[in-house]
Design a protein around this ligand. Structure first.
Ligand SMILES: C[S@@+](CC[C@H](N)C(=O)[O-])C[C@H]1O[C@@H](n2cnc3c(N)ncnc32)[C@H](O)[C@@H]1O
Length: 233
């Protein structure tokens, strides 16, 4: 196949570097994925069917080990949460926690969140999107792998309902600045702290595992909380 014929490979925001699953994580995947798991296909997900009720749905992208997601879901029983993570040990960890705590308002996909957003989530269907500590890809040549890019922000805006929120956080100063620049170029959002500003606090986000790591390294945490503007008629 010549270079011209080769299909263009999408730039991924992750590299699958999967350590071994612990016996507990493997058992959680085998036993609990059928209960909480979603395998997104080409059809749009039907949230009412998925959660067995109609409630505002919040998407959590790259939940890691899922501890922060489980904590928020427990604090907000009135909402439903769809968590998407590519790292299967993290998925296993969250499944175990959902079962231990008896949480019923979380569903989990082990997949690329960008693909799921594109193909399986309807327009104007999400009440919120959480992107806590996306992989920072600190080297300049890797910046193209960062999740927050103009095309991604447009995709996020299209999936949110009018008034829906987008909450992002990072402890990498240049990624935080990059996020603000990408937001400034979009007309789909209002920044609740004011244009070009970071949120004064973390809002309803609990501390996450990656936050603790960043703080230990002396990093400063920045939260950005946006509201989806009304679509013009
Ligand atoms: C730095 S960790 C943060 C985890 C968690 N949100 C926290 O704050 O503790 C970023 C996570 O995003 C996941 N990730 C990266 N790109 C992803 C994608 N396209 N779809 C789903 N998960 C992704 C990684 O596997 C990783 O677990």
């Amino acid at each position: 196949m010549t270079e011209q014929q080769a299909p263009q490979r999408a730039v991924r925001t992750f590299v699958r570097r999967e350590g071994r699953l612990t016996t507990g994580q493997q058992r959680a995947l085998d036993e609990l994925f059928p209960r909480y798991g979603v395998v997104p296909g080409t059809d749009a997900l039907d949230f009412s069917q998925l959660f067995g009720r109609t409630a505002p749905v919040v998407l959590d992208i790259g939940f890691g080990d899922g501890e922060a997601l489980a904590e928020i879901a427990a604090d907000h029983p009135e909402r439903d949460y769809l968590g998407i993570e590519v790292h299967r040990p993290g998925v296993g960890h969250l499944l175990r926690q959902l079962d231990d705590e008896g949480l019923t308002n979380v569903r989990v996909a082990a997949a690329d969140a960008i693909e799921v957003m594109r193909t399986s989530i309807r327009e104007a269907s999400l009440a919120g999107i959480q992107l806590f500590y996306p992989d920072p890809w600190p080297k300049k040549r890797h910046h193209k792998r960062r999740m927050v890019q103009p095309a991604w922000l447009e995709l996020a805006a299209s999936r949110l309902t009018d008034g829906g929120f987008l909450h992002m956080t990072t402890d990498w100063a240049d990624y935080a600045e990059h996020m603000l620049e990408v937001i400034a170029a979009s007309d789909a959002f209002d920044n609740l702290a004011g244009q070009g500003r970071y949120a004064a606090d973390a809002g309803e986000r609990p501390p996450t595992k990656f936050e603790r790591r960043g703080l230990e390294r002396g990093h400063v945490v920045h939260d950005i909380i946006l509201r989806r503007r009304e679509r013009s008629a």
